[in-house]
Every structure is written in structure tokens, then in C-alpha cells.
Design a protein around this ligand. Structure first.
Ligand code: SF4
Ligand code: SF4
Length: 453
């Protein structure tokens, strides 16, 4: 399928509770016109190539205890054994045992592990894309510490090379490569948006200052769907009197390359932001309310750059926490009870667990924690690109019911988080279930309640 076909057949839906391209018609998606044999060989070659010592150790250390099943929202919601986390890696494991493991020649000679077929890979697409948010909850529970989320990420790489990515995820990643933004937030769109938001809100939004101490970044979801995040960011940075700017040569903290499994695309996108921050001579890059974008830059940025980044990288909640604790940000007391949804990539995977709570403390809010909170939170079900995949809707909604119950059980008046991807998953879930809870952004809550200096 050509790019032109994708854009005309599956244009972006921007006015729905979540952003995605329109429904694909096929159950399993393929890109390109590779013959099946070549597709399988390509996938296998990359599975084996990507296998380092760490992945091999993980594969060899599974004791088949099954504990990861009860950790995964997709298994818990369906009780279908195929959604057991370790099972999601079966073709990957098959490739490893047959082609790269210590007993590979024996496995091959005796055909103990059969050759993976294209049909298996097509079926597998659902397991490693539609029903894995790479939330890492299984990793936390696994007694052997097997990082299934990372292995799923590696497996997605091979699937991407073989042209076996769910259509919508591939389409937005490809668009990011082609246009510079997965959701059409091109430099012109972004700059225009900043201008009208500045006018509408009578606020200064700095764009393309040649030199600045702080670079702020946005996710495309925020630019296109939650532009109040841009205003909130500007309001807080102005309030602090910082020398800051957005830059049109690097403004989007994005991760669709990583989610679709295309590390080259991810590298290109991440380098834009890194190079823009260096060009401005900035000492700090503030990442937006986007979980996977946080992981892509905070934990993989230096690897992508090839050496330590010459600036600090903070998620916006960490930045707000630092300034709340130092007293630089003072907010009016909220006087309401609230519960906080920990975005998996920021809390469990990223380690920024206390930062949002410090900010909420500054807001004078009474936080009612959910059962299984902080590192053990349940995922909203939309991470890892799952929210973009239409055919995953039924299982995603099943998993979302776990989250709804957690929130409802707290009895809190407000629901807050700090990830725009979680936010659109909640918005979509709210719409689907006619739920009475609306997800609020931590960043916007702070900006709305700033105490005048
Ligand atoms: S990373 Fe999350 S979604 Fe994926 S298998 Fe583990 S618990 Fe399930
Ligand atoms: S919890 Fe860990 S050791 Fe147990 S089955 Fe799952 S991956 Fe294997």
C-alpha cells in the first residue's frame, strides 16, 4: 500500500475522544509486497540479530511459574491464556531457540522448535501490538525479573522489518518520518497554534529564540488535541521568569518510531529534539505529559545521541515538583479530594513516582490512593500504541474496566494524571462507557491555580 493510499483511505480523526487513523479493513496488517517466505526470514533474521546477552538470559531464566499472567490487565480482563505475558514472546523464543540459543543445532536437527510461519507471525501481531501496552507490570511481578516489556519492544523491531505492523501504528510512524510529525503537527502548524494560543490567552509563548536556558517540548497529542497544555507550559515557565523557548527545529517529544518498532525513525525524531536543545545552548529539556516520549528521551536519549546528553532531561511533573518543593511555584489550595493515575512509563518504568504527589501536595489536595497504586498501578490499556489500533478496541475496553473500578473505588472527586496518551485513553473510555469521570492534566491544574506573585 502506498503512502498516498494511506492518507486518502485512513485520514486522521482529530475530533474523536482519541486520535487515530480510520479503521483498517483487514484483521492482520502487512506493509509492502514482500513474499511470505521473505517476510518470515526477515523477521527471524532481525529477532536473532537483536538478541543480546540480556535478552538471551531472560529467555533462559523463565521458570514457567505463570505469575506474570495475573499481573497483565489483558489477561485479567479476559482470562484467555494467550494473553499471558510470557506467551506473547513465543515466536521470539522459538526463533531464539532454533537459530541462536546454545542448543540451536540440536533444536534444528531434531526439529524440536519448528520454523515460524507467516500465519504465526500474523497472529502474533495481535499479541505484541494490540494486547501489550509495554506497561512493565509483569516485569515487576516476575520472580526472575524478566523484562517482558523490553522484549516486546525488541520483537516489534523484527515485525517492523518484516512489514507486519498494525496499520494505524505504522501509518502514524510513517507520517512522522515523512512530515516530521506523527499527527500532522508540522513546524508551521505548531508555530501557528502557538501564535493563536498566545493571542487568545494574552500570554507570551516563546518560539525560536536562538538562545535559551530551557527548551520545552510537546507531544503531538497535546499539540493537536490538548493545546491548553501549550498554554499551561508557557504560563508556568513565564511565571518562573525563565529564559525559555519552543523551537520549530525540535519541539515534538515523540515515540511512534519506538512503538511501531522502527528504531531508525525513532533516532531521527529524538535527534531533532536533542540537536535543537544543544543549538539553543539550553541546560534543561522539559518533556511533556507523555509517558512513552519520556522513556524515549529520558532513558534512551543518551544511547541515541551516542554519549551523555549535555543537558538535563526532566518530565514536566518532575520539573513542577522541583519548583513546588523549592517554593518557586505556589498554588491556591484545591480543597478537593482526588486520585492520581500513575502513567506506567513515567511511574513504574520511569521512576517518577513521588514527583506528581509532591505537586499535588503543593496544591493542597487530599490524595486518595487507588488500591495497587504507584509502581503497581494498573495500566489504562492504551499505552504502547494500543489506543491507536481500532481492532484492539474490544480488549482495550475490557482492560479499561479494571482501571474504572480502581478509580471509582476511591470515591475521589477528581481524577488527575500526567500523560496525554493516558488522557486520551481515559477520554475515549469515558465516552464509550458514559462514565462520569474526566481525566484532568496535572500540568493544567497547576497552571490554573498558580498563586499571583
Ligand atoms: S508489559 Fe503490560 S501489557 Fe505487556 S504483557 Fe506485561 S503486563 Fe501485559
Ligand atoms: S512470571 Fe516470569 S518466570 Fe514466571 S512465567 Fe512469567 S516470565 Fe516466566
Amino acid at each position: 500500500m502506498s503512502t498516498a493510499d494511506i492518507d486518502s483511505k485512513h485520514p486522521l480523526e482529530l475530533d474523536k475522544p482519541r486520535i487515530s487513523v480510520k479503521n483498517p479493513e483487514q484483521r492482520y496488517d502487512k506493509q509492502g509486497d514482500m513474499p511470505d517466505v521473505e517476510r518470515v526470514e526477515t523477521a527471524m533474521r532481525h529477532f536473532v540479530k537483536d538478541f543480546g546477552a540480556v535478552a538471551a538470559t531472560y529467555m533462559e531464566s523463565c521458570i514457567h511459574c505463570g505469575m506474570c499472567a495475573d499481573a497483565c490487565h489483558f489477561y485479567v480482563a479476559t482470562e484467555d491464556p494467550k494473553y499471558t505475558p510470557i506467551w506473547k514472546l513465543e515466536p521470539f523464543k522459538q526463533a531464539y531457540k532454533r537459530e541462536a540459543g546454545p542448543f540451536a543445532p540440536i533444536y534444528r536437527a531434531l526439529n524440536l522448535k519448528k520454523k515460524v510461519t507467516v500465519e504465526q507471525l500474523e497472529e502474533w501481531q495481535e499479541l505484541i501490538y494490540d494486547s501489550c501496552t509495554m506497561c512493565g507490570r509483569c516485569t515487576l511481578i516476575c520472580p526472575m525479573g524478566i523484562d517482558i516489556a523490553s522484549l516486546v519492544g525488541l520483537a516489534r523491531h523484527g515485525m517492523n522489518k518484516a512489514g507486519l505492523v498494525p496499520h494505524e501504528l505504522w501509518a502514524v510512524a510513517e507520517r512522522a518520518e515523512r512530515e516530521g510529525s506523527p499527527l500532522g503537527a508540522t513546524p508551521k502548524v505548531f508555530k501557528d497554534r502557538c501564535e493563536w494560543l498566545a493571542d487568545d490567552n494574552e500570554i507570551e509563548i516563546f518560539v525560536d529564540k536562538p538562545q535559551a536556558d530551557v527548551i520545552a517540548a510537546m507531544s503531538s497529542i497535546e499539540i493537536m488535541k490538548y493545546p491548553d497544555s501549550i498554554v499551561a507550559t508557557a504560563k508556568i515557565l513565564n511565571h518562573l521568569g525563565l529564559n525559555w523557548t519552543f523551537r520549530t527545529d525540535g519541539y515534538e517529544a515523540t515515540n511512534f518510531g519506538m512503538l511501531s518498532g522502527n528504531s531508525e525513525w525513532q533516532k531521527e525524531m529524538s535527534l531533532k529534539l536533542i540537536n535543537a536543545t544543544i543549538a539553543a545552548g539550553a541546560k534543561l529539556l522539559i518533556l511533556p505529559e507523555c509517558g512513552h516520549a519520556y522513556g524515549a528521551m529520558r532513558w534512551q536519549g543518551a544511547n541515541i545521541y551516542g554519549k551523555p546528553l549535555p543537558f538535563r532531561v526532566l518530565h514536566i511533573s518532575e520539573f513542577l515538583a522541583e519548583n513546588t518543593k523549592s517554593g518557586a511555584i505556589k498554588t491556591k489550595p484545591l480543597g478537593k479530594t482526588l486520585t492520581f493515575h500513575d502513567p506506567c512509563q513515567i511511574s513504574r518504568r520511569g521512576g517518577a513516582i513521588e514527583a506528581p504527589r509532591d505537586v499535588l501536595d503543593g496544591l493542597g489536595a487530599e490524595v486518595i490512593e487507588m488500591k495497587d497504586t504507584k509502581g503497581l498501578n494498573w495500566c489504562c490499556g492504551g499505552g504502547g500504541g494500543v489506543v491507536t489500533i481500532h481492532r484492539a478496541d474490544p480488549i482495550r475496553y475490557q482492560a479499561f474496566q479494571i482501571k474504572m473500578k480502581q478509580v471509582d473505588d476511591t470515591g475521589a472527586e477528581l481524577l488527575v494524571s500526567s500523560c496525554s496518551n493516558c488522557r486520551q485513553t481515559f477520554d475515549d473510555g469515558q465516552d464509550h462507557f458514559h462514565w462520569d469521570k474526566t481525566m484532568l492534566s496535572l500540568l493544567e491544574l497547576v497552571a490554573e491555580n498558580l498563586e499571583d506573585k
